[in-house]
Design a protein around this ligand. Structure first.
Ligand code: HSE
Length: 608
């Protein structure tokens, strides 16, 4: 368990992730980096992402300085090369915006990041931790350009590999849990693993040994700074569940991990299916895709990515004994049958299908648990908003008393447009065009979608069965532009809010209603298709969980993160490698723990 940060008044643990040029080699790599960051956000961590320039950019900028200046002064070269990091941090923030993660970019002058010494090899001296803290309260992720700082006489850089130093400095100054250097190798090796297949990989290294064996991989200044300040460094590659840990620790060697290539059956190529397909195709090293199940093969074949074939026959899609089935077909009963069949045939399941899960939870989840398989459905509730993960953590750790949330992106988008004077029909049409609405949009409008999600929230938060059709819901159909604008005139905003509360007598209250909230209410911060949740622990502590609730990319990011969680679990099981403790257990384990330990009464049905 990550230790709570005690330097910044922020309840979540903070993790510093550093992305160097070895993993930022082309524009598409920012999406992969965003997935890596999102993985930590799902774990309930706040992330400071420190980024280098794209590969080759710093050299190119130094080259430019040489081209224009005869003997370019160091301070002017520093001023020019910083552009690479500034550009890179903006690109990283753009990639994070696609996932829907609240992100702010911190340039050195905005956070008082100061340094002294040579303009091209300076050392960091200070940071305004309060300014960082202020940004962390309303963002899940801060992106900071590495390598550059404010010197006494203008811009300075921190020497080659200086982004490592920025990351270590941040970690210490803001009380981060650890700094994880994301590299193109999966740890520190005794010899170059590309040249020597038998090179030993370290699980753990002390700082002095790290200086000796990681030359060229970790900046020496950064290791010495970490040693002086007691900062734990991890060296890992994207998506991996293990790392080399550099700390005040005994040296440990570990086996080299093998990356299995898992067989994936993708069912559905709608808005979310297409996004998921793209993410899977980006990792051919990890995933081999079978025929993709679609309704109209001819229509899809015309836009088929290379190597992808389509089928409308479920048996063909599942023929190759997939390790993971990704169910994105929509509906309730047929998808539930497919999930059950997949579990029966020993496949792990990822689905975004709230209707199927809400209706058939008792049929599917216990079966997954009994078979030791994952049935992940993070995207079913909140799209890219990691509410299910938050509930899984909190239900096990301390227990949940109440969950309130804006949990239908289409409805929230509609209300936003109505408050601007759009007609209901025009707003709904636009929500459909943007890919937010369900195939039958009355599902969104009449609150059925929110009720399905609330039913799943009740399962995860309280371990209880409240069927969606038992949840009272207020339709958005009666809301006019006049009503929405009148709310604005009062300094309020209309929101469709789902609430589930565990009452002192053990009963559950659940409802979906349209509320007029003050503009500064935390749920009012959810704009357009965004979702927001307030989770109240039994201790009274309130957590905010925020993200984009609908749309291709946020939802596909969530589906893909579920797939990657399964991937890492399988690697752990197969490789025997010494890995970090899983932050997110298999869903079935979380289910078991939440039900058996935290809520011994939870499996009891509520009185009818
Ligand atoms: N139609 C749903 C919504 C999609 O608008 O929230 C995501 O569940």
């Amino acid at each position: 368990m990550a230790k709570p940060n005690n330097k910044i008044p922020c309840r979540a643990p903070i993790c510093v992730l550093k992305f160097g040029s070895s993993v930022l080699t082309k524009i598409e790599d920012y999406d992969a980096a965003a997935h890596e960051i999102y993985r930590h956000v799902r774990n309930g961590e706040k992330v400071v992402a420190v980024v280098s320039a794209l590969a080759g950019e710093t050299d190119a900028l130094f080259g430019l300085a040489d081209q224009v200046g005869v003997t370019p002064p160091a301070d002017l070269s520093a001023r020019l090369v910083r552009v690479g990091e500034l550009k890179s941090s903006a690109l990283m923030a753009l990639a994070l915006a696609n996932v829907g993660i609240r992100t702010s970019v911190l340039d050195p002058h905005e956070i008082g990041l100061t340094a002294e010494g040579d303009a091209l090899d300076a050392n960091l001296t200070g940071i305004d931790a309060d300014a960082v803290a202020a940004r962390l309260t309303t963002n899940e992720v801060l992106v900071a350009p590495g390598f550059i700082a404010e010197g006494q006489n203008g811009v300075v850089t921190l020497g080659r590999g200086g982004t490592d130093l920025t990351a270590v400095f941040f970690a210490h100054e803001i009380g981060a849990d650890r700094v994880r250097l994301i590299k193109d190798v999966d740890g520190v090796y005794a010899r170059d693993p590309n040249k020597y297949a038998d090179a030993a990989r370290f699980d753990a290294l002390d700082y002095d040994e790290a200086v000796k064996v990681s030359a060229g991989l970790i900046q020496e200044k950064a290791i010495l700074e970490a040693k002086a300040k007691g900062v734990v460094i991890e060296v890992a590659s994207p998506g991996k569940c293990y790392a080399t840990r550099v700390a005040d620790t005994a040296i440990e060697e570990g086996p080299r991990a093998k990356d299995p290539q898992l067989k994936v059956a993708l069912l559905g190529r709608g808005a979310v299916g297409e996004g998921t397909l793209q993410h899977l195709l980006d990792r051919p090293d990890l995933f081999k895709l079978g025929p993709v199940l679609v309704r109209n093969v001819e229509a899809h074949q015309a836009t088929a990515p290379e190597g992808i074939v389509f089928t409308k026959d479920l048996d063909t899609a599942l023929a190759n004994q997939p390790d993971i089935i990704v169910e994105l077909v929509g509906g309730a009963d047929w998808p539930a049958d497919i999930i059950e069949r997949g579990l029966h045939e020993n496949a792990h399941i990822v689905t975004a299908n709230k209707a199927a899960l809400a209706k058939h939870y008792d049929r599917l989840i216990p079966k997954a648990y009994d078979k030791g398989l994952a049935l992940h459905f993070s995207a079913a509730v909140g799209g890219g908003t990691p509410i299910i993960e938050a509930l899984d953590r909190l239900a096990v750790e301390s227990g949940v008393r109440q969950v309130e949330g804006v949990m239908n992106g289409t409805g929230n988008y509609l209300l936003a447009r109505l408050s601007e004077g759009w007609s209901f029909d025009a707003a709904l049409k636009k929500a459909q065009e943007l890919g937010f609405a369900e195939a039958d949009p009355s599902t969104d409008v009449d609150g059925h979608d929110a009720a399905d999600k609330l039913s799943l929230i009740i399962r995860r938060a309280f371990g209880r069965d409240v069927a969606p059709n038992r949840i009272p819901k207020q339709s958005l159909a009666d809301i006019t532009p006049e009503l929405a604008q009148a709310a604005l005139a009062r300094g309020e905003v209309l929101k469709q809010v789902g609430t589930a509360a565990l009452n002192p007598d053990g009963s559950i209250t659940a409802k979906v209603e349209i509320l007029s909230l003050p503009q500064d209410h935390p749920l009012a911060a959810a704009k357009n298709e965004q979702n927001a949740f307030l989770v109240t622990e039994r201790t009274g502590q309130v957590h905010t969980v925020f993200g984009k609730g609908a749309g291709r990319w946020p939802t596909a990011a969530s589906v893909f993160a579920d797939i990657m969680d399964i991937y890492r679990t399988i690697v752990r099981q197969q490789s025997g490698i010494h890995t970090e403790a899983p932050k997110r257990p298999m869903l079935s384990d979380a289910f078991h723990e939440a039900h058996q330990n935290a809520h011994p009464q939870a499996l009891a049905r509520p009185a009818e």
